[in-house]
Design a protein around this ligand. Structure first.
Ligand code: FAD
Length: 395
């Protein structure tokens, strides 16, 4: 036995590698140059910017986690999340970023995982280069959280399926060229009847309904999608008949783990703005940040930001490595979305009356953040999922 103390094992690193940091800076530089508020000049306040969408695609954002052979950059999911954080920090148009996220995790990833080679060749290059916009249609007017209780039917007819039903809350639908929609081939089979289809815009029988206006993420277009005896060939099925629930769960795994990367970026920018405001805004002869009640809000915002970032990165790694992805994703989704709302409220409070005005970003940031508690499964559903992973059986 030696009297020498054992060498300390290297502490785990919570930072990014040099390469990852350089990539983050590269994305941030692009966003500052091409996605600033000026890039939206002349557009109505709530309009989706196809130009900014294309700029992101040309830069390579849409294809980060897609292999090069299908038009992507062949990087990993962590790189995609690093890019999303940088974009969330630099670009105020959170609606645009949400739309890109929705396509990446819920259209590109399921095609990559479950598509035939023909489907991958046909759709992924366009989704990566920005010429094709994708939408994911699962929710229906009567089935949201209980998604597999859908009414949309797919009836086999020779070499085709006939789809009838309607989807709601479909992000990107007003602009989309490609719809990944879910229908049941037999409602009695429950989740085992759910089947996924890739349907091109313009296919007879599929129409985009009324645009849905939202309180936040307003530049991300959303609409209903109606299927009225829409006939599609069997070859448009994604995966096998009855595999739709697995495909949907796969997409939700990616969304819950990664979709809030842009939110974490936005939280970082919001935190810095609030810190600066607390240092410079003076009342009663001193900086408001020197009042303990304001300083504690700043401290809590910092804590929420750092915790959110750690959960985001852990969930991304778990999802990418197929290790506890569902549990870590649910925890990340739940925590980050709640943290963003609470920090959004604190940001308004720190800015006082100015925070409540449209002159400042805080009110829009709060409206954008609230959506995070609803999409990709509500906060209540995430709590249920976490409890189920812990062996409980809550109803
Ligand atoms: C910004 C945004 C973008 C979206 N994009 C898409 C998209 O691209 N494609 C798509 O298909 N959908 C999309 N959605 C829809 C989203 O997935 C649904 O809104 C969500 O799943 C909830 O369904 P619901 O709105 O019908 O609410 P409901 O399921 O009716 O829930 C209403 C309330 O009841 C609670 N609740 C329901 N069931 C339970 C339970 N078992 N235990 C406890 N509480 C429960 C919910 O948490 C919620 O508080 C989007 C939604 C938003 C807000």
């Amino acid at each position: 036995m030696t009297s020498q103390a054992p060498a300390a094992t290297a502490p785990p690193s919570f930072g990014w590698s040099g390469e990852q940091s350089a990539f983050r800076d590269h994305v941030a530089k692009f966003a500052r140059a091409r996605l600033s508020a000026d890039a939206r000049a002349g557009l109505p306040e709530e309009a989706f910017s196809r130009e900014m969408w294309r700029a992101c695609a040309e830069f390579g954002v849409h294809g980060i986690p897609i292999p090069e052979m299908y038009g992507g950059a062949g990087q990993d999911a962590m790189d995609a999340v690093i890019a999303m954080e940088a974009l969330g920090y630099e670009c105020a148009d959170q609606g645009l970023l949400f739309s890109i996220n929705a396509q990446m995790w819920s259209v590109e990833m399921p095609i990559l995982r479950f598509g035939t080679d023909e489907q991958k060749q046909r759709y992924l290059p366009g989704l990566c280069d920005g010429s094709v916009i994708g939408a994911h249609g699962m929710s229906e007017p009567d089935s949201g959280s209980d998604a597999f209780a859908m009414r949309t039917r797919a009836v086999r007819d020779g070499d085709s399926y006939r789809l009838t039903g309607s989807k709601t809350f479909v992000t990107n639908a007003p602009e989309a060229d490609l719809f990944l929609v879910f229908a049941t081939v037999n409602p009695k089979r429950g989740m085992w009847g759910v089947t996924a289809f890739l349907i091109d815009r313009g296919t007879p029988g599929i129409t985009v309904g009324k645009r849905i206006e939202k309180m936040g993420l307003t530049t991300s277009p959303m609409a209903e999608v109606v299927l009225d005896d829409c006939v599609v060939p069997v070859s448009s099925m994604l995966g096998r008949e009855g595999q739709g629930a697995a495909i949907f769960n796969h997409s939700m795994g990616w969304e819950r783990a990664c979709i809030l990367g842009t939110t974490v970026g936005a939280m970082a920018r919001q935190f810095e703005t609030c810190l600066e405001y607390a240092k410079t805004r003076r009342q009663f002869g001193k900086a408001i940040g020197d009042f303990q009640l304001v300083a504690s809000k700043i401290a809590d915002m910092k804590l929420r930001l750092e915790t959110s970032r750690m959960l985001l990165h852990k969930a991304t790694l778990s999802q990418a490595n197929d290790r506890d992805g569902a549990l870590d994703g649910a925890m990340a989704k739940l925590y980050i979305s709640d943290a963003a709302v609470q920090s959004g409220l604190d940001a308004i409070q720190i800015h006082g009356g100015y925070g409540y005005t449209r002159e400042y970003a805080a009110e829009r940031e709060l409206r954008d953040a609230i959506g995070g508690r609803l999409y990709s499964g509500t906060s209540e559903i995430q709590r249920l999922l976490i409890a189920r992973h812990l062996g409980l059986a809550p109803t």
